[in-house]
Design a protein around this ligand. Structure first.
Ligand SMILES: [Fe+2]
Length: 204
């Protein structure tokens, strides 16, 4: 059975935390606990899910703020890409898999917003962090950002099956989730004809 994904609003910056779990084995991964560690724990307890891993899409504080509380409460291991300056228990690289009960998440390295940004992909869904939002994309003007890398990462996301559901790191769009197909039709950052026009739109 496919992984179940619970989207949890977190904090004043319209973040989303996620609980991703195997409905058969009741093993889960908490992704970007943000400011909602208690809500993630409650969502897991309600479903009798054991959180084995806390994973971050990238190292920004608004995504990692709940890591310590969640790790302490669960004994889980921390998974993240080391390029964002952290020292996780499980350093992630492109193509790695994180087992979640009977299923798994595949790590897609999607740098640009930060050097260590990743997207977690499973059958029919992608958790895109601050790389891709509903009708928007992540900022590329921050310390560590690289607009060329962000363009390349978005091309990788565009190649996912169109029915893939997009679970973003913030609620910045007209609805909390989307699909790759809908984003291909409506997201101005994905509709850019070439790299040059993307850079102009993103940094202009
Ligand atoms: Fe961010």
């Amino acid at each position: 059975m496919a992984l179940t994904i619970i989207q949890i609003p977190a904090g004043a910056g319209a973040n989303f935390a996620y609980l991703v779990f195997c409905p058969d084995q009741l093993q889960g991964v908490a992704i970007d606990p943000s400011f909602a560690a208690d809500a993630v724990l409650a969502a897991a307890a309600e479903r009798r899910v054991q959180i084995a891993v806390v994973a971050n899409t990238h190292g920004h504080h608004d995504h990692t703020a709940g890591n310590a509380a969640l790790l302490a409460a669960t004994g889980a291991r921390l998974a993240a890409h080391p390029a964002d300056g952290t020292t996780p228990d499980l350093p992630l690289a492109d193509g790695d898999t994180l087992n979640v009960g009977n299923d798994h998440l595949t790590v897609m390295h999607t740098p640009g917003h930060t050097p260590g940004s990743v997207t977690f992909v499973t059958t029919g869904a992608a958790l895109t962090g601050d790389t891709l939002f509903v009708t928007r994309c992540g900022r590329a003007d921050l310390a560590g950002s690289d607009v060329n890398h962000l363009y390349d990462s978005l091309q990788k996301l565009k190649a996912l099956p169109p029915e893939t559901v997009v679970y973003p790191g913030h609620d910045y769009g007209p609805r909390p989730v989307s699909t790759i197909g809908d984003e291909l039709r409506t997201n101005p950052y994905l509709l850019c004809a070439d790299r040059e026009s993307f850079i102009k739109l993103r940094l202009g």
